[in-house]
Design a binder for this molecule. Structure first.
Ligand SMILES: [Zn+2]
Length: 257
């Protein structure tokens, strides 16, 4: 886990060596913070808890952007803040809990499983807390109840698993309309005014121009793959992880079927 780095005033991001997964900290009233998607290994969470303690920040509230195992983690060292996710995300975490824990155990063993995926459903326009406004943009692209967070004061968009510089769009292919859901999500993010920084769930933070570039890349990928056209996404190379190349192949097959 890399150190927490300030991407905008009061917004700090740490990046795990595991799939470049990001954890975001938003500083609030003295001594408190909002923690989004703490990830991903047991050692990462211990390092994160240690850094927060060094900074004198205690999580007052937490948000999980979506119900995939690498975004719903927690450790006792992070405290007992209320942890929220969108209602559809919480429903999936409850119905698919065993599968989620299975993936977690395989990919990042050793976590306290009692704490994994224990979110409360939050059906609101913003995360309830005393810190900087944290607006929610909930849609079903990538996963049910995918909740990006926009911080209007600092212009930071926490995009969840979209708008990455290292991952292609990954569709929720068991949904009724995976393509429509994903496009709706991208449109919602594209129409947000005032975004100056984007932090993806996996990859590097970028500025407003970089967000535009990634939105175009994501749209181009979806247009080509859904039309059955061959397409070379710059994020998909022979060096890409095996799981991503096979996800791409299965998305190609999904649209050919
Ligand atoms: Zn995901």
């Amino acid at each position: 886990m890399g150190r927490l780095t300030e991407v905008a005033p009061g917004v700090l991001v740490a990046t795990s060596t595991y799939a470049m997964t990001t954890s975001t900290v938003v500083a609030g009233p003295p001594g408190s913070c909002l923690l989004v998607d703490p990830a991903v290994t047991v050692a990462d969470l211990a390092a994160l808890a240690g850094e927060l303690a060094d900074l004198g920040l205690r999580p007052a509230v937490a948000w999980s952007t979506h119900p995939h195992w690498d975004h719903v983690l927690w450790s006792a060292g992070l405290g007992d803040a209320p942890r929220y996710a969108a209602p559809a995300a919480v429903t999936l975490l409850e119905t698919e809990r065993e599968a989620m824990l299975g993936q977690l155990g395989q990919s990042a063993p050793g976590h306290d499983l009692e704490l994994a995926g224990r979110m409360q459903a939050l059906d609101g326009a913003a995360i309830p807390w005393d810190g900087p406004e944290a607006r929610l943009i909930v849609h079903d692209g990538h996963a049910p109840g995918h909740g990006a967070v926009f911080l209007p004061d600092s212009g930071v968009l926490l995009a969840g698993d979209m708008c990455s510089d290292v991952e292609i769009p990954l569709l929720d292919t068991v949904a009724k309309d995976p393509l429509g859901d994903y496009r709706t999500g991208l449109e919602r993010l594209a129409s947000l005014p005032g975004v100056r920084h984007v932090v993806p769930g996996h990859g590097h933070a970028g500025d407003a121009a970089e967000l535009r570039r990634r939105l175009s890349l994501d749209a181009a990928y979806l247009d080509a793959v859904s039309a059955g056209r061959p397409y070379q996404d710059p994020r998909l190379t022979p060096d890409s992880p095996e799981w991503m190349r096979s996800m791409h192949e299965s998305q190609v097959r999904y649209f050919l079927a």
